[in-house]
Ligand binder design. Structure first.
Ligand code: PLP
Length: 415
């Protein structure tokens, strides 16, 4: 089979493929310590809400038939878009309307469209790059572009916050030296580190995006307003020209593949066209489930009263379990988990690479994500990028505790 260069790139080996295949295999086999992929926790109270919504949809009759039996517009379901615009105006206080919103096939599909729309080979022969101001950044971006070499990731500053804690900070001096890019993109909370970049730094980032005359893209997959897996007091951030991405996945609905993108009308209308050209329309089920919960306050309440406390409790337990297993055995640091469902663990004295550690752990049935997958686009080698792993802390506490014990045991032999 003769593939195109782009076909080769898009269908080749990648961290995302490995992660998703590991996840699928572990779910099928069922005897693994699943600290790897990005599946949200199946919180019983949350799943009960979705079951109730399905019952309501069944009773609604024509609504249910429409949901399954009709293509929506490539912008998304008109009723959902209307509700979301109202929600954005009233709840987030953003001056947007329906023309500023598009639904995407998961936010993953939205990023594919956005990145290929703005970055890559340009008419003048240059390459428009995607600037990631804080590496490590979400693994799922890495293989999203049709062209090679479009990512330009900046090494962050490392602040040691406590004896075993650390936090990445944006290196604004390095950022000011960047002369051109096509967009700046940041996940907040950041996957994998759980970093929530402070509002004052967001403002500076926005100013840099103005200097470069390019959009700033904020990925809120774990953030506010939903699912709200953020543990400090954080406000929605909006400025003219910003593109914000949201997802229903971490509300417990990843299988509905629903993302929402909000941004300038001329750009959003291009994504609408890309939806039509690549998929005709986006799946309707997630939108139908969530639409009535946007403006009656029930979605916000679910995030505030159930989802955030759940993750906060799971985080507390897993940090305690981690300390018990790791303490006094080897050097380690954990990034401040200000949001998301991950522990980002750094072993500064690791004698093997993160990938070797990943394989050793996999042999012992513990699945984690090797950290180096998240450091794509760096301009020079960085030993730190081979000294970290990402652990999903959100599942069964007994499993997480046991998994952390096996990690400690394995690392102790390799430090
Ligand atoms: N952005 C971030 C930071 C993520 O972690 C994920 C998935 O885990 C996505 C985007 C894509 O999510 P989805 O396509 O399920 O909306």
């Amino acid at each position: 089979m003769k593939l195109s260069i782009r076909g080769e790139r898009l269908s080749g080996e990648s961290g995302t493929l490995r992660l998703m295949e590991d996840l699928g295999r572990a779910m099928a086999e069922g005897d693994q310590y699943m600290l790897g992929g990005g599946n949200p926790a199946l919180i019983p109270e949350v799943m009960a809400v979705w079951k109730q919504r399905v019952r309501e949809l069944l009773e609604e009759g024509p609504g249910f038939d429409r949901m399954l039996g009709c293509y929506d517009s490539p912008r998304g379901n008109p009723e959902f878009i209307k509700c979301f615009a109202q929600y954005a105006r009233n709840r987030l206080r953003w001056p947007v309307d329906e023309q500023n919103i598009v639904i995407t096939g998961g936010s993953q599909g939205g990023f594919f469209n956005l990145f290929n729309l703005l970055a890559g080979e340009k008419a003048d022969g240059g390459t428009g790059r995607i600037l990631l101001p804080i590496s490590p950044e979400y693994i799922g971006y890495a293989n999203q572009h049709l062209d090679e070499g479009v990512f330009h990731s900046l090494r962050p500053l490392i602040e040691e916050t406590t004896q075993h804690g650390f936090k990445y900070r944006i290196d604004f001096e390095a950022l000011r030296e960047v002369e051109s890019a096509s967009l700046i993109c940041l996940s907040r909370p950041t996957n994998p580190s759980g970093n929530v970049v402070a509002e004052s730094d967001l403002l500076r980032l926005y100013q840099e995006s103005r200097r470069l005359d390019i959009p700033l893209v904020l990925d809120n997959a774990y953030g506010i307003p939903f699912p709200g897996i953020i543990f400090g007091d954080v406000k929605p951030f909006w400025k003219p020209g910003i593109i914000s991405s949201f997802s229903l996945s971490k509300l417990g609905l990843p299988a509905t593949r629903t993302g929402i993108m909000v941004g300038p009308e001329e750009l959003i209308s291009r994504i609408v066209a890309m939806n039509a050209n690549t998929s005709l329309a986006i799946g309707s089920i997630g939108q139908a489930l969530v639409a009535p919960m946007l403006n009656d306050g029930s979605l916000d309440k679910l995030c505030k009263d159930v989802i955030r406390p759940y993750y906060r409790a799971r985080l507390k337990d897993s940090l305690a379990a981690l300390e018990e297993s790791f303490k006094d055995r080897f050097e380690y640091r954990v990034h401040e988990t200000e949001g998301s469902m991950f522990l980002w663990i750094w072993f500064p004295k690791l004698r093997c690479t993160d990938l070797e550690l990943y394989h050793k752990l996999k042999c012992r049935k513990v699945l984690v994500i090797p950290g180096s997958f998240f450091f794509f686009g760096l301009q020079s080698k960085w030993p730190h990028s081979h000294q970290c792993i990402r652990v999903n802390y959100s599942h069964d506490p007994v499993m997480v505790r046991k998994g952390l014990e096996i990690i400690a045991d394995t690392v102790a032999k390799n430090c």
